[in-house]
Design a protein around this ligand. Structure first.
Ligand code: GDP
Length: 389
């Protein structure tokens, strides 16, 4: 997992914290890359020897100031440093690479796709990106950066998973506490998705457990993906109040529980797919989908997952809908994560591109105009004065 730039680094940090807290072991190896030294120093969970400062000769550790063309240039110039940090990773132990970056900024927006291109050239494992779209009130330059980075990421990766900050804005919250909360939401969703592929097979778990190859097959074919999520807190039978009422020896509880479990699952699948997606889009027409049901194994059943999967097939019109369990020991919730891959009907991206084009035209106009204005300020108009040399 490579966190590139400020947003990328912070989200990577959050994934590492998640791994430590839940024992998920999603991140086999972490790498934070940035042009800004201060951002690298602010990370808490990325080990110091897994932080790479690039572009030092050009920007002296001060960042690229939201210039993503410069971000891409310095990444290309210093690519050897990034790739040699990757050399230490035993590639046969990783299922895939994930590059995380804010697409509206400079370092990650420009440098992320450069790293993707080089990883793809060297490794056979798939290279994905998790790209964050800026919220619409961030202004023209961020939107333009994001629109260009989005295009480039799609071209250079095996799949671009998108998270749209605009969809998660909370009025009245400060930027920083807002981002911290958003980053937790990101990791909650993608953590369950990627964590599902890490479960060891065999032992007590059933054969319906999601395998990393199912995640990879769902993402295969490239393009853009979005993720839906819904969860419900459960009262554990062994500790909860209900256990006292249920323990009446009637013996009829099992069938009731099975029906409840199935209904809970199907309702969570609907909520996940029709609720707030990481990138809002039309579900109909999605190419492939994967349903992951996470929770303590006794709250998961095959019938529920099969129903949820069928429902997703109807909603998406896709023939390629996979599904499985992610048994969590000791959790107090059941959650569904729906990965929709190969999305094409995304009005938000069309709007973003329109605003980006307007911003680009404006920037060009203003640049032309200010050149003319400066010229008329500096020159006397009659060519009577001459510069010194
Ligand atoms: P870079 O350091 O030059 O790559 O730029 P940033 O990572 O700061 O990217 C700026 C964009 O990322 C902004 O437009 C924000 O939309 C977004 N962003 C910055 N920090 C965070 C964060 O912590 N979380 C999330 N979700 N988005 C962020």
């Amino acid at each position: 997992m490579i966190g590139y730039g400020q947003a990328g680094g912070k989200i990577l940090d959050e994934f590492l914290e998640y791994d430590q807290r839940t024992g998920s072991n999603i991140v086999r190896a972490a790498l934070a890359v940035n042009t800004a030294k201060a951002d690298l120093m602010g990370l808490e969970h990325v080990p110091e020897d897994r932080r790479v400062l690039v572009g030092q000769s050009r920007v002296k550790g001060h960042g690229v100031g939201a210039d993503n063309e410069l971000g891409a240039e310095v990444a290309e110039e210093d690519i050897d440093e990034v790739m040699s940090a990757m050399d230490q990773i035993p590639a046969h132990e990783v299922d895939a690479f994930l590059i995380i970056a804010g697409m509206g900024g400079g370092s990650g927006s420009g440098g992320g796709p450069v790293v993707a291109r080089h990883l793809k050239r060297i490794y056979t494992e798939p290279v994905y990106a998790l790209g964050v779209l800026p919220s619409s009130d961030e202004g023209g330059i961020y939107t333009l950066n994001a629109a260009r980075s989005f295009q480039t990421f799609v071209r250079e990766t095996d799949n671009l998973l998108v998270f749209d900050n605009d969809n998660w804005r909370n009025a009245g919250e400060s930027m920083q506490s807002g981002y911290d909360a958003i980053n937790r939401e990101i990791v909650e969703r993608f953590g369950l998705l990627f964590g599902a592929g890490e479960v060891e097979h065999g032992g007590e778990v059933a054969e319906s457990v999601v395998d990393s190859s199912e995640i990879i097959n769902t993402l295969a074919g490239g393009g853009v993906s979005t993720v839906g999520y819904a969860s419900e807190t459960i009262e554990r039978e062994d500790t909860g109040l209900l256990s006292r009422f249920r323990g009446n020896g009637s013996g009829g509880d099992d069938s009731l529980d099975a029906a409840q479990t199935t209904n809970r699952i199907t309702s969570l699948v609907r909520k996940a797919a029709l609720g707030r997606l990481t990138l809002p889009c039309e579900v109909d027409g999605v190419e492939r989908a994967l349903l992951v049901m996470a929770g303590p194994s006794k709250y998961l059943n095959r019938k529920g997952i099969e129903r949820g999967r069928k429902w997703l097939e109807e909603q998406t019109g896709s023939m390629e809908v996979r599904g499985g369990d992610y048994p969590l020991r000791g959790g107090d919730f059941v959650a569904s994560v729906v990965l929709l891959s190969g999305v094409t009907n995304v009005p938000r991206i069309k709007e973003l591109q329109q605003v980006a084009i307007e911003a680009q035209d404006n920037i060009d106009d203003i640049r032309d105009e200010s050149e003319r204005n400066l010229d008329s300020l500096v020159n006397d108009g009659q060519d009577e004065l001459e510069p010194l040399f």
